[in-house]
Design a binder for this molecule. Sequence first.
Ligand code: PLP
Length: 372
Amino acid sequence: MSAVIEGVALSRLHAPTLTVLPTGVAANVARVRASTGAAVMAVVKADGYGLGAVPIARAAVTAGATWLGVTDAADAVELREAGLTEPILAWLNPSGVDARLAHEHRVDIAVGSVEELRQLAADAAAPVRVHLHLDTGMARGGCPAEDWAELLRVARSARGRIEVTGVMGHLPRADAGDPCANAAAVRRLRQGRDAVLRAGFGPLTVHLAATAGALTDPATHFDLVRIGAGLVGIDPSETTALAGAARWTASVVHSARVPAGTPVGYGGDHVAERATHLSVIGVGYADGVPRELSPAAGVAIEGARHPIVGRVSMDQIVVDTGGTAVPRGAEAVLLGPEGGAVPSLQDWARWAGTIPHTILTGIGPRVQRSIA
Ligand SMILES: *Cc1c(COP(=O)(O)O)cnc(C)c1O
């Protein structure tokens, strides 16, 4: 929106905005479904990898995901209250499991230790659906193989309060894109599942793979694949081009022409080599722009990539637009799915020396959320 006052085009400023692109999520679910016969769980932990658990879950379900995954039963309640009726699994429950809430909202709970299962059985007044979580080689949660038999004994004695409906593991090295790296975990999960069946439980939903395993190793798929990163366009195995699912924009809040030799930002680390135009964008490290960035980092304005210069401030970055005078109010695109001048999540990860996940989940609460 712009107005012309005394010959100067004035554009209205727009708040920094992160827009979820459901079509990107849908394309990614379709891509995963093309690589497996297993059911797809949409993992929307960490508020849907920073994009919003409810919109990501809705888009994934519309595209054919039939399960939802979260870390905490309280997150599951948010999905239920938004009207999502698919089965939901909560696996970390960092503040413990509320057995009544799990029963009432039909949340399956992953349990990875004898102690947790005893506690849940003691708390459950009405049946709670449980997926037994075996440590398949990660040593980050999951029941050690040597305690599995005891876990099954506790589950048997808690029949009526505990209903065993699934068995899960997690792959420590699926991002290697190398099936050999997963073989031991697949073997362990099969053995664990067989013991559960022998103990008289079933039918079971058995699951091991996340995005990387789903895209690279069919032996890991079992009944269900748990897709989080893949929904939002991240393939940890770097074998598959997925669709971007977010656009991050902010306004140019100030523009100036500066002479050669002008120091830019705190410390004056960057000095303009020649006369140029600078544009200030109203986002900074408090909004999730990484403070450590390679000089290659840039944003798109009016279809061209321009480098970020000087230090990233708390609320601002400065962009060198060279010969182009950019009006205040112009839109800068920090992130988008289209490629070309528009940076991708993978670009940001490379510039910041990190993984794409931390860029998305790091986008701060001041950035308004919207859905395309
Ligand atoms: C986060 C998580 C997933 C999803 O992993 P992605 O690589 O993001 O697809 C699956 N399973 C468990 C147990 C997780 O913690």
